[in-house]
Write a protein that binds this ligand. Structure first.
Ligand SMILES: NC(=O)C1=CN([C@@H]2O[C@H](COP(=O)(O)OP(=O)(O)OC[C@H]3O[C@@H](n4cnc5c(N)ncnc54)[C@H](OP(=O)(O)O)[C@@H]3O)[C@@H](O)[C@H]2O)C=CC1
Ligand SMILES: O=C(O)C1=N[C@H](C(=O)O)C[C@H](O)C1
Length: 264
């Protein structure tokens, strides 16, 4: 059997951090080198001690993880990726790849990811569910096959989600726009606001503990097609992220996508 890779986990006590640790400790090809969070209080997650995020840089050099898996927020994710690139520039540690599922990056933050990818492998994916990648693959065909149909996208998530629309919704919208002639994205609708023929309606629901749902509606006046993905639990994202970390460990510097992992 090949040696397991070692991962660092950020946001360890968050919804996804906990799932990542659970997924990683459940398999033989991966071991948790360390886990960090902003203000740990001596907590462990699945037997893994959660250490202070302030020690992230020194943990990189002392534990030498093959990859870090990050589900935090855009600000912290950019700090963590920069720390991985800086540790690599130090030259005396294993290169640590950075796998992030964090969403809501602005252009400047995306530029930090891009620049880190010049020295370390960076994989950023707004959704680590394989079913969502299948949805991304088919939505372009559907749009091409149904020119002139109204297109609306509805996504639903839990009430603590910070960004809207979701990262996945933005990825799907890019795919829709790349495959048809569309006008503006209309976010929600109220008052006297009849639909423009070429607009794409975008609707974000935030309620309860919804794990993540994305639906694209393509409709004429005579028929409709609905393409839906529903995540049943967060474990599906965690398994995909750990698959990505195992795949990217030891890769050369550059930008990678979850589709690279699926196609490998
Ligand atoms: N790509 C994918 O498949 C998926 C992506 N996501 C994305 O992952 C991200 C996290 O989601 P989720 O786990 O639900 O969020 P949570 O709020 O449950 O967890 C976020 C974690 O990150 C920590 N964190 C937040 N900001 C910082 C910071 N500035 N510095 C250090 N730590 C920080 C939080 O710590 P604290 O508790 O101290 O605030 C918390 O532990 C979101 O962007 C979400 O959209 C989610 C699911 C799937
Ligand atoms: O915040 C979440 O929960 C999720 N975020 C991701 C997104 O923004 O697309 C992926 C998934 O839908 C869950």
């Amino acid at each position: 059997m090949t040696e397991p890779i070692h991962i660092g986990v950020t946001g360890a006590t968050g919804r996804m951090g906990r799932e990542v640790i659970a997924a990683a400790t459940d398999r033989d090809d991966c071991a948790v080198a360390f886990a960090v969070n902003r203000e740990p209080d001596g907590e462990t997650v699945d037997g893994v001690a959660v250490e202070p995020a302030a020690e992230f840089g020194s943990l990189l050099t002392s534990r030498e993880p093959d990859a870090v898996i990050d589900f935090t927020g855009p600000e912290s994710a950019t700090e963590y990726v920069q720390a991985c690139a800086d540790a690599d520039a130090g030259g005396d540690t294993t290169t640590t790849a950075f796998v992030t599922g964090t969403t809501g990056f602005d252009d400047d933050q995306l530029a930090v990811l891009e620049s880190a990818a010049e020295s370390i492998p960076v994989l950023h994916a707004p959704n680590f569910a394989r079913g969502v990648q299948a949805l991304v693959n088919v939505v372009g065909d559907a749009v091409q096959n149904l020119p002139g149909y109204d297109v609306e996208l509805v996504e639903a998530h839990h009430n603590a989600k910070r960004d809207a629309p979701s990262g996945t919704a933005n990825r799907l919208l890019d795919e829709i726009e790349a495959n048809g002639e569309f006008g503006d994205r209309t976010h929600g609708r109220e008052g006297e606001a009849p639909r423009e023929e070429d607009e794409i309606g975008v609707h974000a629901i935030r309620a309860g503990n919804i794990t993540g749902e994305h639906e694209i509606i393509l409709a004429s006046n005579h028929e409709e097609v609905r393409l839906t993905h529903r995540a049943e639990d967060r474990g599906v994202f965690a398994v995909g992220a750990v698959d990505a970390a195992v795949w990217i460990a030891g890769a050369k510097a550059g930008n990678y996508d979850f589709v690279d992992v699926i196609d490998a």
